[in-house]
Design a protein around this ligand. Sequence first.
Ligand code: NAP
Length: 302
Amino acid sequence: MKDIIIIGGGPAGLSAAMYAGRAQLDTLVLERQFQGGQMMNTNEVENYPGILETTGPELSGVMYEHAVKFGTKMAFEEVIGLEVDYPIKKVITTTGVYETKTIILAMGAKPRQLGVEKEQELWGRGVSYCAICDGGFFRDKEVAVIGGGDTAVEDALYLSRLAKKVYLIHRRDQLRAAQILQQRVLASNVEVIWDSKVTKLYSEQTLTGVEITNINTNEATDIDIQGLFVAVGSIPATGLVKDLVELNEQGYIVAGESCETSINGVFAAGDIRQKELRQIITAAADGAISVYQAEKYILTRA
Ligand code: NAP
């Protein structure tokens, strides 16, 4: 039986893996896709203390090395069920069943979709949720980024170095992104279109354009683009635990700074947890705290 099973290999899960390995706890990380989580979609990271500037994929690689350095194992398996009884919990994956004393939920969040017709069918054929992954396909093409947060602005700046033309389309007249990013994008060659929503997608085999509608005037305008990068936030990956642990109205796991969920021995770390600031650094901090709490739980209750 494991001491800790960590579900999710983003910054929260990898940080927890490193702390757990260093504490000599028998730990397994289960990740269904690739290590790094949403970091893999981030181009520039310049706000992680001690690292002046890096890319998301680079930081993911280093965090992974650090996570396994102290002996924690990582398996690329999808978790399909959980049994959270006392004292032995079960984690069911597509390939087997693991027993564990504690579980750390670090499944993060996934991109929110716009909900426009044909969005799903054009995913991968012009519509993308990851500028870093797909930006290279749009070299010298015309693209638009939707959203007004850090991700949208970073994506627009990143794409402006590759694409011929970049529009940033936002539903309000003010960006939500950090001031420093706002200043950069407003000083760049990205064309910001305010107060507008995407109301139609045009396509032949692939995306050929969008209709945008001004929310104040209701006026619709067509723009020819080959790439649409949707960066309108994320939704927590809580499908697996929605009937097990308490969630808040937005679907995030209710857990305070101690990362303790409504179930004893089950902890939540990173973007999946109810919190105010979702950043790599706050996810990594949760990873450390959740292992500290899990160890305390193992010593006193398990
Ligand atoms: P976010 O901050 O939640 O911003 C989402 C944006 O999308 C908002 O501007 C929102 O508009 C817009 N939006 C939401 N639903 C929409 C819809 N249906 N149609 C059109 N627009 C819609 O998400 P995020 O930018 O992905 O950032 C998530 C978290 O990660 C934040 O805490 C952010 O600071 C952090 N982050 C940090 C970095 C970094 O530090 N390097 C990089 C990326 C992300 P409104 O403004 O009108 O609500």
